[in-house]
Design a protein around this ligand. Sequence first.
Ligand code: NDP
Length: 246
Amino acid sequence: MQGLNSKVIIITGASSGIGKATAQLMAAQGNKVVLGARREDRLRDLAAEIVQAGGEAVFLKTDVASYASMQELARFAMNRYGRIDVLVNNAGIMPLSMLNELKVDEWDQMIDVNIKGGLYGIAAVLPVMRQQQFGHIVHVSSVAGYQVSPTSSVYSATKMAVRAIAEGLRQEESPASRIRSTLISPGLTETELADGITTPEIKAMVGQMNQVAISPDSIARAIAFAVNEPEDTGVNEIIIRPTVQP
Ligand code: NDP
């Protein structure tokens, strides 16, 4: 399918939720999507669905918490298409807990996936984008990157870090190399994100809150808006949440 766009777009966390919706939309708009996540079967099904609909998609099993794996994903995209126009650093986890539960392993995992995963993504594509003198990195943060509530300390910290990195990248790269940096901060969105919460009461509480969640398609449209703006226009930041979310 050749639409108005034919960008090469790497999307991490494409096996479900926001990443999957973004892949479906960007492919439907005529872009070539390169799907990364750990659940290969999900990626295979999604790529097949996109191709079946006349789009272009390839996939590679990827663990964003591994720099080598992210580098492999970038190389895979380059070997296939010879350029990388956009990276959507979307993969993330949210095992919320109170600090006094001392779920240190989950703190480590959030830091590894949400912060280091995004940094590894930047490291994997930045040399290519600098060489090309164009590129766009979209970072998925959260409204939790602007506010802390009980149980969200570590998750919010990781999402605040994502904001800092997105803004630093913009300041460093956009004026010099024209590489764009966009921060997308969703509110409650209907995905599998809360499945990773291991404290039953917290999981139930988030389940209640999620009754007002919006579709991941809404977030995908925000990402597509930023990507589809002309090269001279940098969409720096979008906060998008359910109308009724405080
Ligand atoms: P999902 O749980 O549906 O999707 C998360 C995705 O991240 C999955 O595709 C998962 O794939 C992937 N992922 C997790 N760990 C890794 C890893 N180590 N390596 C590669 N991929 C990984 O949730 P969402 O779609 O909601 O989450 C997407 C982003 O949106 C996250 O960054 C999240 O923090 C953010 N967000 C979500 C909100 C919401 O309400 N849903 C609100 C605000 C922000 P796999 O398990 O196959 O590896």
